[in-house]
Design a binder for this molecule. Sequence first.
Ligand code: NAD
Length: 296
Amino acid sequence: MKAENLKTIVVIGAGAMGRQIAMNTALNGRGQGYRVILCDTYNAALETSEKWVIGYLDSRVEKGRLTRAEANLTSSNLILSEDVQWAAAQADFIIEAVVEDLEVKRRLFETISKLCRPDTILSTNSSNIVSSKLADVTTNPDRLLNVHYFNPALVMNLVELVKGPHTSDEAVETARQFAINTGKTPIVINKEIAGFIANRINAAVVHEALSLLEQGIASAADIDIACEKGLNYPMGPFRLMDLTGIDVNYLVRVDRYAESGDPFDAPNPLVIEKYRKGEFGKKTGKGWYDYSDGRK
Ligand SMILES: NC(=O)c1ccc[n+]([C@@H]2O[C@H](COP(=O)([O-])OP(=O)(O)OC[C@H]3O[C@@H](n4cnc5c(N)ncnc54)[C@H](O)[C@@H]3O)[C@@H](O)[C@H]2O)c1
């Protein structure tokens, strides 16, 4: 499937990521005439998404970023459906954004790859599951790859395209053009690797920051200031961990270490301590910083 022939884009999974990817495609791809179907097997997720779509477009119009006509066009091009199988049969390009569970994803790719056309591009937005873990259950896996957006997908510009050993150059090129057509900046990752690129680089920064703190070289706040004022990071690694969740850092590291056995991947002792105390960051009121007095 060539990029110029794409018309119907199906996003499966209307969670935090899926709904933003669908909106980004409908909004920024409206010049391409894309029709977007956002589907989910859980009706409550679709109801939440429907309210969110209306609220998001209204707020863009109120802020003067979109005309009412553009908002109406975007909304009429964005269809919500509970019928994943019907949607798959219409699709030229599928972006899967369901729960991060390998078995769920394998069952889904097995089903949808038989329902869609043989040249429909099939992609997963997974941060951790590379597409080769789905290739054996997918018919024509040459059109299968990771298309990895960042959270929040409407704001974050980067899309990582990860080529598996089964992925054709044509599928990568179509995904690359699709990302550009929807306002994103794609990069191509030529070989599958855990964490892809941006998250791996971030992990290395976090690893070093934690090691400096552990050695008593400087406080978490001063290490953050070094990154923010010396390196122009929008947010230092400790502040970012408090936002994304120290529990998430811990669980990702536990999984990665179990898979690789590489000590670099193991959770840092300071993170283990925070995890055991339930100090996960902003969501619990305390992490590397204290938010109990309502401070941001
Ligand atoms: N949240 C992030 O920061 C982030 C960033 C990049 C990539 N990702 C990836 O995006 C994917 C989705 O993450 P999320 O945070 O949006 O998850 P989420 O839990 O918010 O949403 C998942 C949605 O999938 C639906 N679902 C589950 N099984 C389904 C099925 N068989 N068919 C259709 N819908 C189904 C659920 O009802 C739910 O609405 C994951 O693979 C994750 O690795 C997440």
